[in-house]
Design a protein around this ligand. Sequence first.
Ligand code: DC
Length: 228
Amino acid sequence: MAEPVPVVTIDGPSGSGKGTVAAEVARRLGWRILDSGALYRLVGLAARRAGVDFADAEALARLAAGLPVRFDDGRIFLDGEEVTLAIRTETAGNDASRVAALPEVRQALLRWQRDYARPPGLVADGRDMGTVVFPRAPVKIFLDASARERARRRYKQLKEQGIDVNLSDLVAEIEERDRRDRNRSVAPLRPAEDALVIDSTDLSVEEVVEQVLQAVRRKLPAAGAGER
Ligand code: DC
């Protein structure tokens, strides 16, 4: 039987720095990356654009199963139209969190996500990568940070993209989204039992990346040896 493709899962709440850390770890290892949050954001955006009722789980799952999406060198296209920035708004984030609470939608995206695991390896970023999608991943990370620090980071990120937001609104929205992600009955946000929990509140991106790579070197010495 072929060797299983090595997977590093990085889960955590929004604004914990998962995306940045996952991208840098993937770059250093020369592996592929799965931004699973983008898939939920795409379903939310497609649903809003098509006027699909957010309470209609079946229709949303159908949309998720046949999403006309294309990933191209960091850019994302929905039905041929670039939506790289459109899926990053707070509205899109909230819509994503709502559709992500539906088991039918999660199921529709499951095979698609697992399909990303191809050689030489995958870094998968999300909420349930270590608990549901890749439960056998040899390296699992749960990245956390205080809600205030996460809101501050998101604020800076959105400002840089020219999106105008209010910091205290952002703290409230982040807390609300966390509450929904942690309390939903299907695939709630929580560390896998065998996850390494890293609190990034007082750490730089580089320090977190180094901790993740140390875990990779420990568990997957061959992958660590190929580092860039
Ligand atoms: O990581 P993000 O902010 O782009 O994710 C957007 C929403 O999608 C988030 O509120 C929760 C949901 N999500 C999820 O339920 N499971 C994942 N694996 C990734 C994201």
